[in-house]
Ligand binder design. Structure first.
Ligand SMILES: [Cu+2]
Length: 121
């Protein structure tokens, strides 16, 4: 089942390069895991969902990796509150408490193009 999902994802990814149509993606999204709370970010099919999360100061945000591939959520800064999940294997979970208001644009260090934002206000 997991392999079948990955195969579909690969086809959709390949298709996505050739076309801007979103119709073919609906079959994959049906089974996509959803964040279980407003403070959770799901990593699935090389994306952060939601890609932008807005939370109040003091919120603990959780990332959960539903991909087989390892990922990170990494924000490096000398002036803001930095965070780094480190290597997140399949089903790994990481929490970070945001104590400072700001916009935190983070990346996966393994996969170019994987970007997310946490807005703390
Ligand atoms: Cu990644």
């Amino acid at each position: 089942m997991r392999l079948a999902t990955l195969a579909i994802a690969a086809v959709v990814a390949a298709w996505g390069c050739a076309s801007t149509s979103t119709g073919s993606k609906s079959a994959v999204i049906v089974n996509a895991p959803k964040p279980s709370s407003p403070e959770e970010i799901v990593i699935y099919e090389y994306k952060y969902v939601p890609s932008t999360l807005t939370v109040p100061v003091g919120t603990t945000v959780t990332w959960v990796n539903y991909d087989v591939a390892p990922h990170t959520a990494t924000y490096r800064s000398f002036t803001d509150e930095a965070f780094d999940t480190g290597n997140m294997t399949a089903n790994a979970l990481y929490r970070h408490k945001f104590r400072t208001a700001g916009t935190y644009g983070y990346i996966c260090v393994y996969h170019q193009g994987m970007r997310g934002t946490v807005v703390v206000q």
